[in-house]
Ligand binder design. Structure first.
Ligand code: NDP
Length: 333
């Protein structure tokens, strides 16, 4: 698949370019950026043959089949809408937009244009998460009672920019990390949370946006979910636990971009290690996207998944801002 990158971003440089190139016939043909200098530098650094600042011109270039949008969050909507209008398949970073209306519009536009539109929620592509989901679905822990997500990390220095000080660009830990939790919880539980309560704070890095948040969600079947998200925790480690009537699953170190961590299942029979495949998460996500474009299945996380993860994150932020319990509005999705 021949890709156009929209955004000279860190995530593209560190993971996505390599994921696209890892697949048979995969190539990155062009990059666009808001800055000519940044685009030129990025293209040279990552051996991308063409670069520019004119998105429409890039979309009109011959042979581009798919567009990966990884700019700052406030740009996703306009850039994805332009790509969809040009008839390109789109893999868009999370959060899809700044509002539910933006995200919904993107998904509906893609449906109307007949192109594949997917959200880059990488965690559901991980072998570790797929193994946990399978164990839950097989009834290994019985009826699920609760889930705890530990996603309090330390934002690396090279990412300490707009996420910490620019609400207009979509900064804050909730659009950055809680949105991933939202998708992961939906992936494991197979249902959509209905209500949330939350508190957020600035605990050392955030300047004008929250850098830490704790929230509690409820689901239609009565599962209680706790999510702890932060940019300021150096030593907390990450993971998730799912507790059921017949067992508990502990996924340690698995809320990451790498195929690492360990999974333990604890039941009346004792403790056992749950094996999983340690392939690259992002390559799997691109492979699932390409398969969907070829008419084989759906992307790992489609547009509706992206709308829903954003809806949950927005409800968490509103609950924290207002100090009130919030019902989650999925905007008809
Ligand atoms: P970056 O800050 O690296 O890049 C975002 C944008 O910032 C770029 O598109 C670029 O704009 C601009 N930019 C990059 N470097 C500079 C610079 N040195 N000076 C000024 N501007 C610069 O963000 P990330 O790569 O961390 O995140 C991009 C998107 O990807 C976000 O939406 C984020 O939520 C998402 N993301 C998703 C992950 C996942 O696993 N799914 C992981 C990490 C991020 P321009 O395009 O104009 O060049």
């Amino acid at each position: 698949m021949k890709w156009l990158l929209v955004g000279a971003s860190t995530i593209a440089a560190e993971y996505m370019i390599w994921a696209m190139r890892a697949l048979p016939g995969g190539s990155v043909a062009q990059v666009t950026s808001g800055s000519a200098a940044r685009a030129a530098d990025f293209a040279a650094r990552y051996q991308i043959p063409a670069w520019g600042t004119d998105l429409d011109a890039a979309l009109a270039a011959p042979g581009i089949e798919a567009v990966y949008v990884s700019s700052t969050n406030e740009k996703h909507h306009a850039q994805a809408m332009a790509a969809i209008a040009a008839g390109k398949h789109v893999l868009c970073e999370k959060p899809l937009g700044m509002s539910l209306a933006e995200a919904g519009e993107m998904v509906r536009a893609a449906e109307a244009r007949g192109v594949v539109f997917a959200t880059n929620h990488h965690l559901r592509c991980a072998g570790s998460h797929r193994a946990i989901r399978a164990a839950v679905a097989q009834g290994r822990i019985g009826r699920v009672l609760s889930m705890r997500v530990h996603h309090a990390v330390h934002l690396p220095p090279h990412l300490q920019g707009w996420r910490l000080n620019d609400p207009a660009a979509g900064g804050g830990v909730i659009p950055d990390i809680t949105v991933h939790d939202a998708d992961t919880v939906r992936f494991h539980l197979g249902e959509d949370p209905v209500e949330v309560v939350a508190q957020m704070t600035q605990s050392g890095l955030g300047q004008g946006v929250e850098d830490s948040c704790m929230s509690v969600w409820s689901t239609p079947s009565g599962v209680q979910v706790f999510a702890h998200d932060s940019f300021t925790h150096r030593f907390a480690g990450c993971g998730l636990e799912i507790h059921g009537t017949e067992g508990s699953i502990f996924g340690r170190g698995i809320m990451t971009q790498k195929p690492v961590g360990e999974i333990e299942l604890v039941t009346a029979a004792g403790r056992e290690r749950v094996p999983y495949s340690n392939y690259d998460l992002y390559t799997q996500g691109v492979a699932d996207f390409e398969a969907a474009v070829a008419g084989r299945g759906r992307p790992a996380a489609d547009g509706a998944d992206g709308v829903k993860s954003l809806a949950i994150a927005l409800a968490v932020r509103e609950a924290a801002r207002s100090g009130t319990r919030q019902r989650i509005d999925y905007g008809g999705f």
